[in-house]
Design a protein around this ligand. Structure first.
Ligand code: NAI
Length: 346
């Protein structure tokens, strides 16, 4: 069986706890991975004097794949987000965040099954800000045709390959006529010229959010610029059980970094109660990505076995505190591992 070298970044807050739990599960599943641990975030600042050491970025550039824990960003002061820096430096322009109901995690809606495709390199989320006068500060929203067309093409191609039939763009082009207008025009153009068979819908984001919380089952692929994608991701997480159950990937043409949607959760860090499932699901996405690139059926099978094991554990009521259970981070990892062993007849 092939073995894939992968960078692992434990990150800050709950990051090291959930990363260790996920690595334990992957090892028990016999995932064909060779870990190369590197640092990013506050943890890296103390060890390397930099929140995003060059060495970390260059190793991801060389190996092509990373599993990343969350990194803390100070609020209202301090350094630029590690996540923003990493996505820009590696040009990881497409964030992919599947949002699905899980068996054993009851929520207001059944049958939620949508995916958020977020442009990851531009918009207000880039945090390009400056002081204009002593009284005024400014934040710059940049959109380029290159990036807008690129993410639109990525989303339509993704939808076609995964047999989704509908894409909805959330925008605010009624107010931001130039930037969101460009995003919208690019999406329309890709739809009309390249993917006319996909059902295409546009919604002004405020009304779109209302419709999402009224009935998320009406949506399949959501295409959003950077900041809207950030906000709507957490909204959607709330529809299926919270931030503990939504995975993600940041994908470029050459590299891919897999990470949960959630942050470093300082309120529960160090207590061993964080849910490792979102990072585990991100790791399953990573295994599928590796399997697809290398046409490796055994790697895909490992991903499937892990998925079946965590679904089984949830169905049996094995849950962390955020899902109403009482298992610790490690307790949940052990519950998944015992289902993996049982399924292999061990
Ligand atoms: P957060 O996602 O860290 O936490 C929000 C709430 O969800 C908290 O109550 C937390 O306890 C809970 N939560 C999050 N993940 C959980 C898990 N796995 N299990 C159980 N409960 C979980 O968002 P917040 O508080 O806004 O941000 C904290 C820090 O994380 C900030 O510095 C922020 O910049 C950073 N952040 C980093 C991200 C990344 O590295 N990709 C993404 C989002 C935020």
């Amino acid at each position: 069986m092939a073995s894939y070298p992968v960078v692992v970044i434990p990150g800050d807050g709950i990051g090291p706890e959930v990363t260790a739990a996920v690595q334990r599960i992957l090892q028990a599943a016999g995932a064909p991975l060779e870990w190369h641990e590197r640092q990013a975030g506050i943890t890296a600042l103390s060890a390397h004097g930099d929140v995003l050491p060059n060495e970390t970025v260059e190793l991801i550039r060389r190996l092509g794949v990373a599993l990343k824990g969350p990194c803390t960003t100070p609020v209202g002061e301090g350094f630029t987000s590690v996540n923003v820096q990493l996505r820009k430096r590696l040009n990881l322009y497409a964030a992919v965040r599947p949002v699905r109901n899980l068996e054993g995690v009851p929520t207001r809606f059944d049958n939620v099954d949508l995916v958020i495709i977020r442009e990851n390199t531009e918009g207000l989320y880039s945090g390009i800000e400056n002081h204009v006068t002593d009284d005024a500060v400014m934040s710059m929203k940049v959109a380029t045709q290159t990036a807008c067309l690129r993410i639109a093409r990525w989303a339509f191609r993704f939808a076609t390959r995964r047999r989704w039939s509908k894409i909805t763009v959330f925008h605010k082009a009624n107010i931001m006529k130039l930037t969101d207008g460009l995003f919208l025009r690019c999406a329309r153009r890709v739809h009309q010229e390249e993917y006319p068979n996909i059902d295409y819908q546009e919604l002004i984001i405020d009304a779109g959010c209302m419709r999402l919380v009224q009935d998320p089952t009406k949506f399949q692929v959501l295409l959003l610029e950077n900041l809207y994608g950030d906000v709507v991701s957490d909204l959607c997480a709330g529809l299926v059980g919270g931030l503990g159950v939504v995975p993600g990937a940041n994908i470029g043409d050459e590299q891919a970094v897999f990470e949960a949607v959630h942050g470093s959760a300082p309120d529960i860090a160090g207590q061993g109660v964080a849910n490792p499932l979102a990072l585990l699901m991100s790791a399953v996405m990573m295994l599928n990505h590796l399997a697809e690139k290398a046409a490796d059926a055994a790697c895909r099978d490992t991903a499937d076995r892990i998925k079946q094991a965590y679904n089984r554990a949830l169905r049996d009521g094995a849950k962390t505190r955020d899902l109403g259970g009482d298992l610790s981070t490690d307790g949940f990892a052990s519950a998944v591992i015992s289902r993996l062993i049982a399924a292999s007849g061990g």
